[in-house]
Ligand binder design. Sequence first.
Ligand code: LLP
Length: 463
Amino acid sequence: MSRSAHPAGPRHADVFPEGHYTAPPADLNVLDPKVWARTVSRDDQGQATVGGLGVTQLAEEFGTPAYFLDETDFRARCRAWAEAFGADADVFYAGKAFLSRAVVRWLTEEGLNLDVCSAGELSTALSAGMPAERIAYHGNNKSEEEIRRAVEAGVGRIVLDSFQEIVRVAHIAQSLGKRQRVQIRVTVGVEAHTHEFIATAHEDQKFGIALAGGQAAEAVRRALSLDGLELIGIHSHIGSQIFDMAGFEVSARRVVQLLAEVRDEHGVELPEIDLGGGLGIAYTSEDDPREPHDIAKALNEIVTRECESAGLRTPRISVEPGRAIVGPTAFTLYEVGTVKPLEGLRTYVSVDGGMSDNIRTALYDAEYSVSLVSRTSDAAPMLVRVVGKHCESGDIVVRDAFLPADIAPGDLVAVPATGAYCRSMASNYNHALRPPVVAVRDGEARVIVRRETEEDLLRLDVG
Ligand code: LLP
């Protein structure tokens, strides 16, 4: 997530002010397939299309701002992950990235499992027909009510996050006459190369039980001793938006070491390990994400090698990609409102959404790209900051980008790679109405999450 500061070259520094941008792309009209959903391209008139539908027509029909999700791309990515890991592993889509009932049905049809982390996500999953045994339930502070619902529903695993929770889940399962399959989430002590707020494997944070100091081994001891629990494995999630496989390697090695210790102490070989999610995607043309096939190969090799050297049977591996599946499949379509040139600085292009539909720029200093999509333009590149309409100067959607200098009110611009953690983290700040999610496939578009209305807001406000 660290924002790569690319100082503009000397020629550029003369023309554009200080910023975190490279030189403008050779042709602003090109939609780089690296950051755009698979079926996005431009038609003969120059407007962008997705699934064969032009953005102008989509904006007329569904309004702006709106998220457009390429269902073909989503399904293809699910299949790529499932095929890369094969029948001896399990892929759990992390629902926190974006979850809706349509998404649950696509996942179910494509053979993926689902990671949920709240009762709301669980009920969305169950109501759309995801079999409970394909659901993993996460969270560092699950309530007793949430645990009861998960156990009653028969979820395939609950990922235990603390000593207290080990006892809580065991007690609830036993009181319901069940034996709950569980994993223990450990923190492996890796400093993942990502933004502090989304790194989770170092010790000084709220998730998991530390391997260090024998705490995880103690957690295993307790879990194995409780009748209400069937301990199936160890879980580790090191963070999010990570490109470098080194962190996963260390994590896998340390988790396998724990499996060997458990075997030595208890004579039990735990059958599964989960290496979490966190694989990075391209938000700009400079990001170079890995393909699922490469990731699967790398993880399988590490685990197999480590298990061989510890004399263990290779456990069944599971992974939990969220962003890597849904992130690249959607873009946010906005209409340009005010265009405000600030002499010697940059031009502020205001759009009709903002931090309420994409908080990631403000929260993580995330980088995005943006393109004019309702038409092409031969105008010179102009350094812009794309901002929203909220009452806050930090309401920035794209901090530094280039748009054609003739950008004007009424133009449509789109920000690619907003499928993950944008709608799912959207808010009603300033009583903004959260945008719809429109799924597009083979020339057809349908709303899968509708736009909020003022009536929705007023319904919650009971006076
Ligand atoms: N598994 C666990 C246990 C997780 O906590 C997460 C993400 C994932 C899987 C999926 O990670 P992914 O593959 O999507 O990176 N709001 C932040 C990201 C928070 C991630 C939380 N946990 C963002 O917008 O970057």
